[in-house]
Design a protein around this ligand. Structure first.
Ligand SMILES: NC(=O)c1ccc[n+]([C@@H]2O[C@H](COP(=O)([O-])OP(=O)(O)OC[C@H]3O[C@@H](n4cnc5c(N)ncnc54)[C@H](O)[C@@H]3O)[C@@H](O)[C@H]2O)c1
Length: 442
């Protein structure tokens, strides 16, 4: 089948490439000319494990192309995906649909013959219906069905998630569109991936409900961590103890500095707004967003409190900047809040991230210094904080680290080290949700 993918970001590039790997002919389109130029040169503009290889193979096989202009690709396409950004709208937290609407207008003016237009972008309930109106206004003769097919891939594991999804959700009432979508995803259904056909509104809601639920799960365990710190208890064992219950499940029960990233913060807000306007407020999610925001803000204070010296003029080493490992995505990363609150108190910040430093430079203040590795980052610092649980930080040489730090203080916001490993070496240790700690080394 012929596929046009409008928007070649994390979702568009991964989905487009995977569809081409299934044997479809795919053109990925982006209005960012430099991104398309880099892709044409064989350079991948994002960090996603395995993606470079997959892109190279499918370009070489002639199934995957890149363009800044959608005309040719949309004209010949059976399916046109919209995978552009839907960030929070400034001021009210609604999803900003301006990119989605603009893409729909362009598609309407260009499409020929029956075309299925699919929103892969995360869009509020009712957007599919709005797009139908927009398209009918722009091109009354166009023969287009608008389908919702939300994406659930996780950055860092995106290819595996796309190719072996827990489920594919397709929202449409149009039998022709359903047939086209079933054919498009047939390679997946052969792998026994459940394909769930629903009404379009339901599909749009499923995506927000899934993200809100996961954000709630993280926030729940973060509050249990706070309770463990007050009353004694080990949040990792609490998580294991409840996660082994099949009704609860063990995933998304890692206490940490609060959720961030390109999806949960904006999607919880957008769901809240939709629900408030519909007169069915999601009070749980309203609380989740408030709790998470204050948690992110409190993490800088946790680091400052751990220092043995006054903040002004102190140096803190920050390990990990991206919102999670295996991505270079800095959107809404807790590191942004932590670094800013340290800087606000006059702390000098020296940071290291295995792949996120180029993106970090775009969003963090210029005064942040960047190190070439974790040990260089720690050298002479008055304390070290682990913000992102990259594998490269899981087995650091703790004796070497202790020698390099001016004060052996580690704030482990991801609980990647057993406290005893640090405390027995004479580190001052601060983690998350550890009420009772082993006694300090003499
Ligand atoms: N990133 C994720 O992990 C993830 C997962 C699931 C769903 N989503 C959703 O998918 C959507 C895209 O997210 P993303 O992270 O890939 O965004 P992104 O910002 O990485 O990419 C969006 C791309 O769309 C391009 N674009 C915007 N308007 C365009 C137009 N009219 N024509 C051509 N290109 C255009 C931009 O230049 C950009 O490259 C969002 O709605 C997001 O919520 C993201």
């Amino acid at each position: 089948m012929r596929v046009a993918m409008i928007g070649t970001g994390y979702v568009g590039l991964v989905s487009g490439t995977c569809f081409s790997d299934f044997g479809h002919e795919v053109t990925c389109i982006d209005k960012d000319a430099s991104k398309i130029e880099r892709l044409k040169q064989g350079e991948i503009p994002i960090f996603e494990p395995g993606l470079d290889d997959l892109v190279r193979r499918n370009v070489a096989a002639g199934r995957l192309q890149f363009d800044t202009d959608l005309t040719q690709a949309v004209r010949g396409a059976d399916v046109v995906f919209i995978a552009v950004g839907t960030p929070s709208r400034r001021g009210d937290g609604h999803a900003d649909l301006s990119y989605v609407h603009a893409a729909a207008r362009e598609i309407a003016r260009t499409a020929e013959g029956f075309t299925v237009v699919v929103t892969k972008s995360t869009v509020p309930v009712g957007t599919g219906a709005d797009l139908e109106h927009i398209i009918a206004e722009a091109a009354p003769e166009a023969d287009i069905a608008v389908v919702s097919n939300p994406e659930f891939l996780r950055e860092g594991a995106a290819i595996e998630d796309f190719k072996r999804p827990d489920r594919v959700v397709i929202g449409t009432d149009d039998p022709r569109a359903r047939e086209v979508m079933a054919a498009l995803y047939r390679p997946l259904s052969l792998n026994a991936a459940p394909i769930l056909f629903t009404e379009r509104n339901t599909a749009e809601l499923i995506k927000y409900a899934a993200n809100a639920f996961l954000a709630m799960k993280i926030t729940f365990i973060n509050e249990m961590a706070d309770l463990c710190e007050k009353v004694g208890g080990n949040v990792q064992e609490v998580a294991r103890g409840i996660g082994l219950d099949g009704r609860i499940g063990s995933k998304f029960l890692h206490a940490g500095p609060g959720y961030g990233g390109s999806c949960f913060p904006k999607d919880t807000l957008a769901l809240m707004r939709t629900a408030q306007e519909a007169g069915a407020p999601t009070r749980l999610i309203e609380t989740v967003t408030t709790v998470n925001e204050s948690r992110k803000a409190a993490m800088g204070r946790r680091v400052l409190d751990a220092l043995d010296v006054p903040p002004r003029g102190a140096t803190v080493a920050v390990l990990g900047l991206t919102f999670k490992p295996n991505t270079d995505d800095m959107r809404d990363s807790p590191a942004i809040n932590i670094v800013q609150s340290l800087l606000d108190r006059g702390v000098k910040v020296r940071a290291f991230d295995p792949v996120g430093m180029a993106e970090a430079r775009k969003v963090l203040p210029d005064s942040v210094e960047y190190a070439s590795g974790p040990y260089e980052c720690a050298e002479g610092a008055d304390g070290l904080v682990i913000v992102t649980e990259w594998d490269a930080f899981r087995a650091l040489d703790l004796d070497r680290l202790k020698q390099l730090l001016k004060s052996p203080i580690v704030v482990d916001l991801r609980n990647i080290y057993p406290p005893g490993d640090l405390i027995s070496r004479g580190f001052k240790y601060v983690g998350i949700g550890r009420g009772h700690l082993p006694p300090a080394a003499p």
